[in-house]
Design a protein around this ligand. Structure first.
Ligand code: ADP
Ligand code: MG
Length: 475
């Protein structure tokens, strides 16, 4: 049976892994790099697009033709996006109700087409390393991706010439990588995954090679990019204070340069306590220079990191567990390298019990101290997901058979009933595959047709239409 590669198609970085002679490993590209920036540059002259580091180099030179963070647009419509999410240095379409398009001067691309370029490049890396042609892949997505976002990922794979054998959730993949050497263990773990654009928290039970997801929670629009944006706003305030004209006088590439400096400062402050940020000639007559400290960064980042807390509590609540029931919290995603994130997550899970009052989850005052789970930072936060995807690929191709994965549906599924209500047929966190049925009556006697409106999500904003079709037979 042919090889199935594992792909972590990330918002900021992507990686490809395989299981070779029983060992999962992330493959390096021709430059020896195992992480490919998820950036695509389209040259002016309709030449082949460039992907990865080559594209990153063009980001400040040709920002309008260099596409980054495209994952946040996958399977989404213009009106699904907040203003903050739409803030990118290239143009996107803004037609309410229509899928987002990425606009270049003379062309328009779907997010799937852009993602396909990244996938093609990873496919090529795998083919060169393994010296064979590759046609099958497992691709990971954030656990909290809805059906439209998952279908868009499958379509991107198809456009790249890959048969997507399975889409698996990123934290579940990370758990497979973590659990590979612990097949004899019985434990409960949480995977806390904070990447560039998405956040997921997943609770799993590992029992003699069976990986059972108990609950999953997350936010597909929360990640390191939000911290970069907040630092950028802080830098822009400095520019404004120094000269009111400078922001207006920004050239096309000034903002991308400042954004890049914001992210670099954030990364440097994971190791240092202070950095000096200098951008000579940000505008023809303005040099940007400032000292930026870890304290300042933590003040800026704190509200963003804290937004992950309620998801952690809700995941525990959904699972009916207290944090003291967990053995480990496995940290994955590049943003978990930030010391603030590690200390906050450790704090969240030290507070043992959650309490549910009147349907709301109360944070803080109802906690009492007890020993929480250990923070596990041993997994390489950048590679665990791709490795897990490769392990799932090997399980599907029969190369590995000592593990079983039982995943859940992250969002509730149901149909719309009279009065515009969603009737949930499959509640969130049901183990899949799952089948459900319920008898409904028509609103009017002898009704001959009806429109069935399939919905996914929890009540309120997260809910969206999956598909609708006419059922002509009377029910
Ligand atoms: P994604 O899965 O969304 O592609 P990654 O897991 O690659 O994301 O994480 C990327 C995020 O991690 C970016 O926001 C990046 O700035 C951040 N990051 C990477 N390394 C560090 C570090 N050493 N310190 C702080 N943040 C980091
Ligand atoms: Mg990731």
């Amino acid at each position: 049976m042919s090889m199935i590669i594992g792909i972590d198609l990330g918002t900021t970085h992507s990686a490809v892994a395989v299981v070779d002679a029983g060992f999962p490993l992330v493959l390096a590209d021709q430059n020896g790099k195992r992480l490919t920036p998820s950036v695509v540059y389209f040259p002016n002259d309709h030449q082949e697009p460039q992907v990865g580091l080559d594209a990153v180099r063009m980001q400040t030179v040709a920002p309008a033709r260099t596409i980054y963070s495209v994952k946040r647009f996958m399977g989404r419509r213009s009106d699904d996006l907040s203003d903050n999410e739409k803030r990118v240095d290239y143009s996107i379409s803004h037609n309410p109700g229509e899928p987002i398009k990425i606009l270049l001067k003379d062309d328009a691309f779907s997010p799937e087409q852009i993602s396909a370029e990244i996938l093609k490049s990873l496919k090529r890396t795998a083919e060169l390393s393994m010296e064979c042609s590759i046609e099958r892949a497992v691709i990971t997505v954030p656990a909290y991706f809805n059906d439209a976002q998952r279908q868009a990922t499958i379509e991107a794979g198809r456009l790249a010439g890959l048969k997507v054998e399975r889409i698996i959730n990123e934290p579940t993949a990370a758990a497979l990588a973590y659990g590979l050497d612990r097949l004899k263990d019985q434990s409960k773990i949480a995977v806390y995954d904070l990447g560039g654009g998405t956040f997921d928290i997943t609770l799993l039970e590992l029992s003699e090679g069976i990986f059972r997801v108990i609950s999953t929670q997350g936010n597909t629009c929360l990640g390191g990019n939000d911290i970069d944006q907040a630092i950028l706003d802080h830098f822009l305030n400095i520019v404004r204070k120094e000269s009111s004209e400078n922001v207006a006088a920004f050239k096309e590439n000034s903002l991308p340069r400042l954004r890049e400096a914001a992210e670099q400062a954030k990364i440097a402050l994971s190791a240092e306590t202070v950095v000096s940020v200098e951008l000579p000639f940000l505008t023809p007559d303005y040099h940007f220079k400032t000292e930026f400290t870890r304290d300042q960064l933590e003040r800026i980042a704190s509200p963003i990191v804290n937004r992950t807390r309620s998801h952690c509590i809700r995941a525990l609540s959904d699972a009916g567990l207290a944090s003291s029931d967990l053995d480990q919290v496995v940290m994955v995603g590049g943003q978990t390298k930030m010391p603030l994130v590690r200390s906050r997550v450790s704090d969240y899970f030290q507070c043992a019990d959650f309490e549910e009052t009147r349907g709301d989850i109360r944070l803080g005052d109802s906690f009492h101290e007890s020993k929480g789970p250990e923070l596990n930072t041993n997994q390489n936060p950048d590679e665990a997901i791709a490795l897990g995807a490769a392990i799932q690929g090997a399980m599907l191709s029969g190369q590995m058979n000592q593990m079983t994965l039982l995943d859940v549906t992250p969002l509730s599924l149901g149909i719309e009933t009279f009065g515009g209500l969603m009737n949930v047929l499959i509640p969130r966190n049901s183990t899949i595959p799952v089948k459900a049925g319920e008898v409904f009556t028509t609103a009017v006697a002898n009704q001959r047709e009806m429109l069935i409106h399939t919905l996914q999500g929890e009540r309120g904003k997260g809910q969206r239409q999956l598909e609708s079709g006419q059922v002509c037979d009377p029910i």
